[in-house]
Design a protein around this ligand. Structure first.
Ligand SMILES: [Fe+2]
Ligand SMILES: [Fe+2]
Length: 305
């Protein structure tokens, strides 16, 4: 998977992640530049591992951009990019700018942000996908359930921190116990390394989703719970449909049964909230719509992180 049009020793060997659409497009741009023929271009996602040369594993090459200079030294991250820019006449000025004053620090920060966001669009490397406890889609589903149930627990903690309404407190205490049981069920199916890494964010968002409407009164809380649970019912139903489309085995059947148990509880929560609350006014309806949208956005993010 390495390519060079030069028969001389390469000025630079460039190791890029060909499975990342953004990285591939960027490399294609450099490879059309004059001077690119003096470099060797190695797609670290598809080459044979020995092609990576001494001191570089596939895992490291896929985790960060690397180049190998003509003297054999490996340079990673933004220093690697600067070396590549300097090797191509049209971008040599960029290589000089990259070394100027605080630029290395700023570029490094930008690159770290890029790497943190990259799982949003980059498919998992085959070795990582093979090591997953479930198919990748199910891991994403369960990670979003982890985020959702952890947030749900906090919704009721937020309500209980604010409200003095006896009926609402009873409602929140009962639901809090159920959401805690859901959280434990989900965690039992999802090993720790695959759980959501944004837990503090989901907890704060959940707490505010309970506490803010509680400030406005019980009616706003019931409308919020109805909106959240309407969304969660759909979310669990979609996951169950995906499991049903996969080959059946005992482990999958146990997961399906637990997800269905959660879904039925959420439906009951929704119905209790609808029965307890008055017909919501315009402001509460707008808030409930926002909560529904927010839940969908949080699920999209939690599937990855
Ligand atoms: Fe739940
Ligand atoms: Fe619930």
């Amino acid at each position: 998977m390495s390519t060079s049009t030069s028969s001389h020793a390469p000025a630079l060997t460039v190791y890029f992640d060909g499975a990342c659409p953004v990285c591939s497009r960027e490399m294609a741009l450099y490879r059309r530049q004059p001077g690119a023929e003096a470099c060797v271009w190695v797609d670290a996602s598809a080459c044979a591992e020995p092609e990576l040369g001494p001191g570089l594993t596939r895992e490291a090459a896929l985790a960060r951009f690397h180049v190998r200079r003509a003297d054999g030294e490996l340079v990673a991250g933004t220093r690697g990019f600067a070396a590549l820019w300097r090797a191509l006449p049209r971008t040599a000025w960029l290589g000089r700018v990259a070394a100027f004053g605080p630029m290395p620090m700023l570029l490094d920060f930008g690159y770290r942000v890029f790497l943190a966001l990259r799982p949003l669009w980059r498919p998992l490397p085959p070795a990582a996908a093979a090591a997953l406890p479930w198919p990748a889609v199910t891991v994403g589903d369960l990670r979003s359930d982890h985020a959702g149930e952890a947030g749900a627990v906090q919704i009721y903690r937020g309500v209980l921190a604010v409200t003095r309404d006896a009926a609402l407190r009873q409602f929140a205490e009962h639901h809090l116990a159920t959401e805690q049981a859901h959280l434990e069920l989900v965690l039992a199916h999802l090993p720790a390394p695959h759980r959501s890494r944004l837990l503090p964010a989901w907890r704060v968002a959940g707490w505010l989703t309970g506490a803010l409407p509680a400030l406005a009164g019980p009616g706003a809380v019931y409308a919020t719970v109805a909106a959240v649970e309407t969304f969660v019912d759909r979310h669990y139903a979609e996951q169950i449909a995906r499991l049903d489309a996969m080959p059946a085995d005992d482990r999958r059947a146990a997961l399906r049964a637990d997800l269905e148990r959660c879904r039925l509880d959420e439906l009951q929560h929704r119905d209790e909230a609808l029965a307890a609350g008055p017909a919501p006014g315009a402001w509460v309806r707008a808030w409930a719509a926002l909560v529904g949208r927010g839940s969908a956005a949080a699920v999209a993010l939690a599937r990855r992180f």
